[in-house]
Write a protein that binds this ligand. Structure first.
Ligand code: FES
Ligand SMILES: [Fe+2]
Length: 400
């Protein structure tokens, strides 16, 4: 792609049609996305269940940055750029660990959990430690979900926090437990994963297990009657049911939808796979789905929660980090078996990963051209419209 191409590509974009090839394959587009979407919006990093105790931390590699997310002494969550204020070394080398203090491995400068520089060996007496704290990263924690932004002035997060609080409260994520994690490195573009998760056009042929669990996923069954009846029941239990719609200038949404009658959980046999999570007393909460663009997907059933963190590594590489969360008091071997807890989404997810990789390989063809979305792919079109609008904002004063 030559340097004048991105504005031209954006001019050519036709809403309702898939994107032109360079949007999926070009390094220049990819770098523009990082600058104007990934480094501007809020990124899901993990949950407080990943760092239950003060000093617990994990690192998240995003583009050229590594970010340290660490639990403070009073339960607060701090995020810092993982670059020492001495000569820039990485401080935390592991993806997860525990540290009473953050000690740089190079010359042993010592930082507190909140990022303040505590000790700098052999530096002159007049060295000002106060001006050498770790660079902070913006953090928002909503009901236990940790979001970070690499932007000094990110979009307002208040609407996400407000909208999600009532949906998430019954799951008591703050006191939940990580049951399992799994990482996939896919040969595909991140937007193809986002697109795949916005339509069920493929669900009938591709996801027999998912269609067995979710009424209407095959697009051949009416769901209104069941949905109306379930909504009354959910409301009666105090569960949030007013879906949050995705709009052109928002970046999140929420939806609750029913499992097939007689199905209690996302499981291969429809039976529960763990004890009810948090405040849930039974298995009738249906499915709660949350999305925050560009990198967070979550589904929760009454007995477990499944989060997906998507990380764009290059135009052709996307890392997917999956986490299964259960009630804090659920005991493995008694209240759940990890293999049964995870098999439904391992199977369903791997079906999707294959579709996303095949989609990318086909788009690399010399004869790929944008194709029309089906009416049932409206949400894909909305996501792609949102993406194009963000990229257009970016190119107003940027030259490629
Ligand atoms: S680079 Fe960290 S102490 Fe020197
Ligand atoms: Fe799928």
């Amino acid at each position: 792609m030559n340097k004048a191409c991105l504005p031209g590509l954006l001019d050519h974009y036709q809403s309702g049609w898939s994107l032109e090839q360079p949007f999926y394959t070009s390094t220049e587009v990819f770098e523009a996305e990082w600058k104007h979407i990934w480094r501007k919006y809020w990124l899901f990093a993990g949950t407080v269940a990943d760092i239950p105790k003060p000093g617990d931390f994990f690192t998240y590699k995003v583009h050229t940055d590594s970010i340290i997310i660490i639990r403070g002494n009073n339960g607060e969550v701090f995020a810092h750029y993982n670059t020492c204020r001495h000569r820039g070394s990485l401080i935390c080398l592991e993806e997860a660990g525990h540290a009473a203090k953050l000690i740089c491995p190079y010359h042993q400068w010592v930082f507190d959990k909140d990022g303040r520089l505590l000790k700098a060996r052999l530096m002159p007496d007049d060295f000002d430690k106060a001006t050498h704290s770790l660079h902070p990263v913006k953090v928002e924690v909503v009901e236990g979900f940790i979001f970070i932004s690499l932007n000094d002035n990110p979009p307002d997060f208040a609407a996400v926090a407000k909208d999600y609080a009532s949906f998430l409260k019954p799951y008591q994520l703050q006191s939940s437990k990580v049951a399992f994690k799994k990482r996939y490195e896919l040969r595909t573009n991140w937007k193809l994963v986002a697109e795949n998760f916005r339509e069920c056009y493929h669900c009938g042929p591709a996801h027999p297990e998912y269609c067995s669990a979710v009424i209407g996923a095959n697009l051949r069954e009416p769901v209104e009657e069941v949905l109306t009846e379930r909504r009354v029941a959910w409301k009666g239990k105090g569960l949030a049911t007013d879906n949050i719609d995705f709009t052109a200038d928002s970046f999140h949404f929420a939806v609750r939808y029913p499992l097939r009658p007689g199905v209690s959980s996302y499981s291969l046999d429809g039976k529960p796979v763990a004890k009810p999570m948090g405040q849930h007393q039974d298995y009738d909460a249906g499915v709660l789905g949350l999305v925050v663009y560009p990198n967070f997907w979550m589904d929760a059933v009454s007995d477990y929660m499944w989060t997906m963190r998507l990380t764009a590594v290059s135009p052709s590489c996307t890392i997917i980090d999956l986490t299964w969360l259960v009630d804090n008091n659920a005991v493995e071997g008694i209240d759940y078996e990890t293999s049964r807890l995870t098999e439904f989404w391992k199977i369903t997810g791997e079906q999707d990963w294959e579709l996303c990789e095949n989609n990318f390989s086909g788009i690399e063809s010399s004869h790929y051209q944008p194709g029309p979305y089906a009416p049932v792919e409206l949400d894909v079109a909305k996501f792609v419209d949102w993406y194009i609008a963000r990229m257009r904002e970016a190119t107003v004063c940027t030259h490629f």
